[in-house]
Write a protein that binds this ligand. Structure first.
Ligand code: PLP
Length: 195
């Protein structure tokens, strides 16, 4: 379980850390940079997951802070990740490809029909270990989770990042290995704390 701490105060994060939680997710690099470097010093075994869109100008910061990046969705981003990682001295990062299962124009992720090309391009470059999706709001999530699982099986990927507070039970039933839970753990977010 990834505890999604965007928009949450540091005190709430610390109580979860003290209870033993070690996987946390943030969707903005800039917000994560304000909170996590100090926490990582205090709790060195934290695993930090980037679950939001990654702009190429934030790649250097993202690689310095995050352990797993769930949102690889285009060749140009893979190129910058590889180039930056080799320059910054290669840490063992894991990557998921985000699939836009609802084919929504405003959402990140590669469309399912473009996934084969992106897999072929990225697999020799980055260690792609799984797929991630965010079903469209208002759609029943199960068909999206089932599609993601089918795609992951096709490429022998063992990890499925799917399911949030409202639909994690469905996601688990359909094989999720990483659920991303925010409000169900922390309560409502403060939108002003999201940068
Ligand atoms: C915010 C967010 C979550 C957590 O959402 P909740 O509904 O608060 O559980 C999960 N995944 C992504 C990509 C998010 O941006």
């Amino acid at each position: 379980m990834i505890a999604v701490s965007k928009g949450q105060p540091v005190e709430a994060i610390v109580s979860l850390l003290d209870a033993g939680q070690r996987d946390f997710g943030e969707n903005r690099v800039s917000e994560a940079l304000l909170k996590w470097p100090a926490l990582k010093e205090r709790y060195p075994d934290i695993r930090l997951h980037l679950i939001g869109q990654l702009q190429t100008n934030k790649v250097k910061d993202a690689l310095s802070l995050f352990d797993v990046i769930h949102t690889v969705d285009r060749e140009s981003l893979a190129d910058v990740l590889v180039k930056t990682r080799s320059r910054e001295c290669g840490t063992a990062l894991k990557f998921f490809i985000q699939v836009n299962t609802g084919e929504e124009s405003q959402k990140g992720g590669v469309r399912p029909d473009a996934l084969p090309g992106l897999m072929q391009y990225t697999q020799p470059l980055l260690s792609i270990t799984g797929l991630m999706c965010i079903p469209p709001a208002g759609d029943p999530p199960a068909p999206h989770f089932a599609l993601l699982r089918t795609l992951a099986e096709k490429y022998n990927l063992s990890h499925l990042s799917m399911g949030m507070s409202g639909d994690y039970e469905t996601a688990l039933r359909l094989g999720a290995t990483h659920v991303r839970i925010g409000t169900a753990i922390f309560g409502e977010r403060n939108p002003k704390a999201e940068i």
